[in-house]
Design a protein around this ligand. Structure first.
Ligand code: ADP
Ligand code: MG
Length: 161
């Protein structure tokens, strides 16, 4: 199921709504995937400023059943949201991390990053993941966002398993 999403590698989206929809579809697939994991489920988002990373995560969070709005964190780097999903009781927390302001990957360790990515009950989505590349876990779903024109974005999915 999720393999299918990951094998279809490129998505062109023509509106913020379409980008959210792709995020929502991925979230629903993750909730349905009963893989045994030993660590958190990690998404690494990278690419252009205004490429749609936060927009994508708004749809993603909605797909996880989260009602709160996902914002672009300016000063808060890590935000935690509770997942209340009846079919996937194993997934309890969604962490939204934004590394835009991070200069040294080590900064994020002080914010509990290691614990977050080790806990198999977590889904962790990291914007500007390339800024902390060295400390990312081995298995990450990378999503690369490119600015095509005012309304068009290209999303490239790459799974590093
Ligand atoms: P990032 O987090 O990558 O910096 P944001 O999601 O915060 O990007 O911002 C994307 C901006 O581009 C928003 O203002 C959004 O309305 C606009 N936009 C226009 N077309 C699209 C599209 N197809 N997908 C996502 N965002 C789009
Ligand atoms: Mg953003």
């Amino acid at each position: 199921m999720i393999q299918k999403f990951l094998s279809q590698r490129k998505y062109l989206t023509k509106s913020p709504g379409q980008t959210k929809k792709i995020g929502m579809i991925l979230a629903k697939k993750i909730l349905k995937t009963k893989l045994k994991r030993e660590k958190a489920f990690v998404l690494g988002l990278k690419g252009d400023l205004g490429g749609g990373k936060t927009t994508f995560l708004q749809g993603f969070a909605k797909g996880l059943g989260i009602r709160q709005k996902i914002l672009s964190p300016t000063f808060i780097i890590i935000r935690r949201f509770k997942i209340n999903n009846l079919t996937m009781k194993q997934l309890n927390n969604f962490y939204h991390i934004d590394c835009y302001r991070i200069k040294n990957p080590k900064e994020i360790f002080n914010l509990g990053f290691k614990k977050n990515i080790l806990n198999p009950h977590n889904i962790v989505a990291i914007e500007w993941a390339d800024r902390i590349r060295k400390i990312l876990p081995k298995s990450v779903i990378f999503l690369d966002f490119e600015f095509v024109d005012k309304k068009t974005r290209k999303i490239t999915v790459k799974y590093r398993g």
